[in-house]
Design a protein around this ligand. Structure first.
Ligand code: BGP
Length: 481
């Protein structure tokens, strides 16, 4: 069996990690522009005011802004028919409160979408990929304030009105569930407080996290409802969940329950709101146990119900374990912590490699949501790469990355054979970008190498890694099958 006809193959990026040109043509500063780089042991630092001595990796990133034509041509060469990217809110609305967008920003995205279309590539656009105008963080404590719902909607409405004919697939908030208190993703949760310091020390406040999420759900629902009302024939609106797949470490029933609680908190809570248009039945107890009061206002329930998404998207990198016994060793993961699994190997950053977990996860989502159309919009392998020059050509022999790719695609194929309604796959960071978690450049995911380094050096030239040709071959084979 093969992938369905018209299956979307491509890659995924985010403006703050890829676009660069952070202050060009009137663009405002985003929260990410205030973050320094770190590494696997050094958490990132958020500065309120810029230190002239410090490096802020998002400022230049890998400069899609000035390389988009070259990069999209390389994507087309691999055979892509989808490219996930995000619009940078501050390139259109520098402080988030302008009534009209900046013409230069609009023109930039016009050109990018036209370039994609010229290569028969569907853009898949995230409206907010850990981006928020810093001015809104400053003034409102970001998503701590209901005010952001309408400000986000002004931005989203502009994007949908302008680009509904060029962009069919839209996602509201990247990995919105990482705003859950347990996940403690500072890019999501620190937006709820005007916070400076290291990402590891950001204060956790369950009440603010749950309410900031409530406001994001409402903002997303408002955009989805608007799109359905005006552009139902043109667009498909999706959620984006960071899927944190966990297994009970032992068959102790207490571990089973602990794992169920973790899966609910990390994955199903946010997904249920966006897919079913209402909080899950266990939310009341969760709020009570966390001492949280949700700021319900008239019309909130109706708005959530009107904003159900058309397709389910998620990121999947790894799996973890959960246990009530203290022999579970905690390791780092994608925006979360989890336990080691003795059956799995891990990347140099401690992310456990589990392709079968992807098949399991796809089936779980299909079971829960009546086999809704699904896309894996992030999956990938961050690794150190070595450039060698052979016959005057730069080569990167990254068989580890190709192995990860092939193993995950093989298990996706199994899920498709199971009957799962999977419509697309976008590899994370198909061209080297800044790491979100650590701010590093040397944690590379790309099929395309970019000459850019953690100390800010590099001339930004691009080079095809071995995995570039593997992905190209895999896509071709899947289409020819
Ligand atoms: C996801 C984010 C991405 C991306 C990816 C890899 O959580 O949506 O923005 O960065 O993880 O993570 P990292 O860059 O920390 O390796």
């Amino acid at each position: 069996m093969a992938f369905p006809k018209g299956f979307l193959w491509g890659g995924a990026t985010a403006a703050n990690q890829y676009e660069g040109a952070w202050d060009v043509d009137g663009k405002g500063d985003s929260l990410c522009d205030h973050m320094r780089g770190g590494d696997v042991n050094t958490p990132r630092q958020i500065d309120e005011t810029f230190d002239p001595e410090a490096l802020y990796p998002s400022w230049e990133a890998t400069d899609f802004y000035h390389h988009y034509e070259e990069d999209i041509a390389l994507f087309a060469e691999m055979g892509w028919n989808v490219f996930r990217m995000s619009i940078n809110w501050t390139r259109l609305f520098p402080t988030g409160e302008e009534a009209e967008p900046l013409a230069a920003g609009v023109e930039f995205y016009d050109k990018v979408f036209d370039c994609c279309r010229a290569h028969d590539i569907e853009p898949l656009v995230t409206l907010s990929h850990y981006e928020m105008p810093y001015a809104l963080v400053d003034k409102y404590n970001g998503w701590a304030s209901r005010a952001c719902i309408d400000l986000f909607f002004t931005y989203a409405k502009f994007c949908l009105d302008r680009w509904h004919g060029k962009v069919k697939y839209w996602l509201t908030f990247n990995e919105v569930n990482t705003g859950m208190p347990f996940m403690n993703n500072v890019l999501s949760t620190s937006m709820v407080q005007h916070y400076t310091g290291t990402t590891a020390n950001a204060p956790k406040d369950a009440g603010r996290c749950f309410n900031a999420l409530h406001y994001q759900f409402l903002a997303g629902a408002k955009a989805v409802a608007y799109a359905h009302e005006h552009y139902a024939d043109d667009v498909m609106m999706g959620n984006m969940t960071a899927f944190v797949t966990t297994y009970p470490l032992t068959c102790d029933p207490a571990d089973l329950l602990a794992n169920q609680a973790r899966m609910r908190e990390c994955n199903w809570y946010a997904s249920d709101v966006q897919v079913r248009g209402a909080y899950p039945y266990y939310a009341e107890r969760m709020w009570a146990e966390e001492g949280v009061e949700i700021d319900w206002q008239d019309g909130d329930r109706e708005l959530l119900a009107a904003g159900c998404v058309d397709f389910f998207t998620f990121s999947y990198y790894m799996s973890n374990t959960v246990t009530t016994h203290d022999d579970g060793e905690e390791i780092a993961g994608n925006m979360s912590l989890g336990g080691k699994n003795p059956y799995l190997k891990a990347s140099d950053w401690g992310w456990q490699i589990d392709p079968q977990g992807l098949r399991w996860t796809l089936n779980e989502i299909a079971d829960r949501y009546n086999n809704i159309p699904m896309m894996v919009v992030e999956n990938g392998f961050g690794a150190f790469d070595e450039v060698v020059v052979e016959d005057g050509v730069e080569r990167i022999h990254d068989s580890y990355r190709s192995d990860y790719l092939k193993a995950h695609v093989a298990d996706m194929q199994e899920a498709v054979n199971d009957g799962v309604n999977l419509i697309g796959y976008t590899w994370w960071g198909p061209i080297d970008v800044v790491s979100a978690g650590t701010g590093e450049m040397r944690k590379r995911y790309g099929f395309i190498y970019v000459d850019k380094h953690d100390d800010g050096t590099g001339d930004l030239h691009r080079a095809r890694k071995d995995s570039f040709f593997e992905y190209q071959r895999l896509i071709k084979e899947s289409r020819d099958a």
